[in-house]
Design a protein around this ligand. Sequence first.
Ligand code: GCB
Length: 610
Amino acid sequence: MESTKYLLSLFLILSFTIFLSAQQPGIINTYNRPSTSLNGYWKYIVDPYENGFYNYRLEAFENQKDPGKNAFFTNSKPDNPSELIEYNFDLSDSLQVPGDWNTQEEKLFYYEGSLWYKKSFDYELEEPSNRLFVHFGASNYQSDVYLNGKKLGRHIGGFTPFSYEITKLLNARDNFLIVKVDNKRIKEGVPTLNTDWWNYGGITREVKLIETPSTFINDYFLYLNPQDPTRIQGFVQLKGKQLANQAIDVGIPALSVTLPLITNNEGYAKVDISVQQIRYWSIEDPFLHEVVISSGKDKIKEQIGFRTITTQGSKILLNGSPVFLKGISIHEEKPFKGGRGNSEEDANQLLSWAREMGCNFVRLAHYPHNEHIVRMADQMGLLVWEENPVYWTISWDNPDTYANAARQLRELISRDKNRASVIIWSMANETPASDARTEFLTNLSLLARDMDPSRLISAALEQGRYNNDPLIRTIDDPFASVVDILSFNQYIGWYDGLPDKLDQIKWRIAQEKPVLISEFGAGAKYGLHGDKLTRWTEEYQEFLYEETIKMLGTIPQLQGMSPWILVDFRSPRRVLPGIQDGWNRKGLISEEGKRKKAFYTLQKYYQSKD
Ligand code: GCB
């Protein structure tokens, strides 16, 4: 019975994945393509009552035969001095894109609602038969996109890329791209109402135009077979009118590989290359192979690292050798300046701090971070955990919520599947065990495994008491049987007693899987000193780190940790005056870049693990 149910859900997930891939609009894998940036200043209108979207009967303008001039996406102006139009983008203020609105305008700091953006541009195709796409790196949370008054689509989810084809709607001059971004938190959303981070709204990542030939290389995935590292496997997928029997060439000069392929009727070609001697991507030698994929008039150059990541009993093996994950958790906030991070400069600062601390691993919590940081981790030889924003208590029974979570996960895997640094897809964080929740997460993990056979699955779970003994801890979450890496958060010494409790705790973890402590930590205000049992002092945090490191050393399957967290980050839940002032203080570095004492405790521990 159980296995029939399992097979049925596997079947549904797989058909759903194939259906969704076929449905995905626009273009993926855009990082290395030539593009025209639409970054810079965009006009904006704050619209808390969604006055530009609904008429006074609360009917959406876009569903009316004639939306009329009051619909903001029509970008209308009065034709004569008597005409009444109560908005005007061109007379409105501007916001910088990419960027959250909260930290650009004081009046928008706490704003959660709708805001309209407008950007005008001119564009002429290089060749009339070419196609043009508009691509958004991310926009939080719900985006309704219009070009020249016509709807392109709606995207839900704040952290993954989306795009639309605009070839047919394009004018040579004065195109207007309008995006209504709404960051209202909703119960059925992913994430849901409650999070411990700032709900930064806006177009938070780059917007660009990408021109392609009429048939183009939309997707590719090249990875080393984890069971047989002498084979590079994967696929190339074309999109366009001429899909069948198309020639594709995959070249990897450093391996003297030139592989001619022919597509099937769907424009898909399978890759399976035998390689004798390959320079693995590794922490010490993060070598990226240049890969050139060409088909017809289209050509893409990529840098791809080849490595395997597997587990054996309680070990994690990178290229077949055990690796201990010396990690740190990171939120996507701009160092020093605050607000949502996005640039290469932000990525470089965050990863350099992690490196300085002796890390070989970063947990990018609690949602997909921008592509720059993942690409930089590839170059720096840092291993990466990426996470879907299934956080705390999602609406497990709602099929739309599942579809939303699945789409966001698919968009993340779609974007980053060629990044050697990414070794773990995390399904969720601290979700309360129930049948509906376990089925939800199991289905997500089936989807991830189906899309990507080359990585490990995990989720930040919670620990519990063994036999109800307050001093003996265990993991009895049923989702533990699905994951490859058994990760969990624990806050003994902070939410659960004081740090002097840590040396009394015993662990009984039955699973023969690698154990990764995805979070532990304590709040400390930089520069506040005192007794090691006085909250908020650097000494308390330092003591907690010392004691936790000792305690975790008693777990035989321990293969790594990513303490909470690299830098203090903004959270509306953290209101204690003089200490928190809107910041979660569990950072090892303050928001001004000052290292706290525990930074050095962790650094010393990681250096001793060499
Ligand atoms: C957690 C959450 C994280 C919070 C952290 C805290 O367990 O996973 O998002 O920020 O605790 O500081 O309480």
